[in-house]
Design a binder for this molecule. Structure first.
Ligand code: FAD
Length: 372
């Protein structure tokens, strides 16, 4: 059997490693396709605009990693999938057949869904956008108005809070004072992460004199202002707004898939709702709850386990959503939020300070040490 994985981020990498451990290489072939030859530990991108990290410490080349594991690595861009015929069409015209497919291709920011937003907001989704943001941040001078926010529909709100507190720490260090306004579509700050999480963010906002609006949506961006649906027009000379996500281009070109803005619906087993031999993991699927590397990692492992179960004619496992957030808070360390279902019920906890910050760095080191 041939199992093909599209994408080598948290989801794809963990799916490949799990399959390699569980399958006999003389009977099965594992192929992984990525349009990026490098693994990027994306949570570390948050430090790049503020000179707190260097790129070579959170990236590594994928080919040698997969060669060591006897997994075929193909650097190519997928252009379309033909699920009725079980093949993938790549940019260079190459056709790759599969028996099972794991889609771990992530998502892209959908700037165009908010009127006027495209080209206006800084971002930290990729190395190149984080470096552009660094340039803009370095050019900030005293009293320039800053707007940071989370537009309706964005599924990874934590990035905006991290950016807010990292930028505040950066400006403080340069002794530059700028008025910062924050907005979010969430009903309250840091919604869904528990009372302690919200209280900690509120406390920090008050301490740093950051004005905020909750439960608002963006109507449009025009003439250097963010227009909110509560009637406020926020002027900015620098802005960082998290947009909704959309799926990768090839999903739109693959006629055999139903999707919502390119995001693919899945069953509890992570199988596509239409194709039992196709699994979708991580940012690419429509599972509710924050889109995180941790979720993509767990889903990649589960999809691989379920392929093995399908091969063995065993019942498939269902995905159990666990929340683990490690949110950087600039000069205030970080915050860890855990919400996990275990054998004795639900394990919950919130910890703030230097320990969660060290833990986030440790996760990155673990990936670099284990896979590079
Ligand atoms: C600044 C920032 C901070 C974050 N902080 C955290 C955090 O603290 N904790 C946390 O858990 N998560 C965090 N996240 C979220 C986390 O990084 C994402 O949820 C995670 O990367 C999603 O993993 P994925 O495998 O689904 O997709 P991705 O990591 O996006 O990987 C997608 C893969 O698919 C490949 N690909 C895409 N299109 C194609 C194509 N057409 N052909 C071939 N290959 C393709 C890409 O090259 C890549 O290899 C953060 C993200 C950012 C940007």
């Amino acid at each position: 059997m041939r199992i093909v994985i599209i994408g080598a981020g948290f989801g794809g990498l963990n799916a490949a490693v799990t399959l390699q451990k569980k399958l006999n290489p003389s009977q099965h072939e594992i192929l992984i396709i990525s349009d990026n030859p490098q693994f990027v530990f994306r949570p570390s991108l948050i430090w790049l605009p503020f000179h707190k990290h260097s790129i070579d410490r959170f990236t590594f080349p994928l080919r040698p990693t997969f060669e060591k594991m006897d997994i075929t690595f193909i650097e190519n861009r997928v252009q379309a999938i033909k699920p009725k015929k079980n093949y993938i069409l790549c940019k260079n015209g190459e056709i790759i057949h599969y028996d099972f497919l794991i889609l771990a291709s992530g998502a892209s920011p959908d700037w165009r869904r908010i009127k006027g937003l495209e080209g206006e907001s800084s971002s930290v989704y990729t190395i190149s956008s984080a470096l552009k943001t660094r340039k803009k941040v370095e050019e900030l001078t005293e009293n320039e108005p800053i707007v940071i926010g989370i537009a309706q529909g964005n599924p990874n709100q934590g990035i905006a809070y991290e950016f807010l507190f990292e930028l505040d720490a950066f400006l403080n260090k340069q002794d530059i004072k700028c008025p910062i306004t924050f907005f979010t579509y969430e009903k309250k700050l840091f919604e869904g992460k528990g009372k302690k999480g919200t209280a900690r963010i509120e406390e920090l906002m008050a301490k740093k004199q950051i004005k905020w609006y909750c439960d608002v949506s963006v109507k449009k961006i025009r003439g250097g202002h963010v227009y909110l649906n509560n009637g406020k027009h926020l002027p900015y000379s620098f802005t960082h707004i998290l947009p909704p996500y959309k799926g990768k281009e090839f999903v739109f070109s693959s006629k055999g898939f139903k999707h919502d803005h390119g995001i693919l619906p899945v069953k509890e087993t992570l199988q596509s709702v239409q194709w039992d031999n196709v699994f979708v993991v991580g940012d690419a699927n429509d599972i509710k709850g924050a889109k995180t590397g941790r979720a993509a990692e767990q889903q990649g492992i589960l999809a691989a386990e379920n392929i093995v179960k399908q091969l063995n004619h065993e019942p498939l496992l269902s995905y159990q959503h666990e929340q683990l957030f490690l949110t950087e808070l600039g000069n205030e360390g970080a915050m860890l939020i855990l919400n996990k279902l275990n054998d004795n019920g639900i394990l919950k906890g919130t910890i703030s300070g230097i320990f969660p910050h060290l833990l986030k760095r440790a996760f990155e080191k673990y990936y670099m040490f284990k896979y590079s």
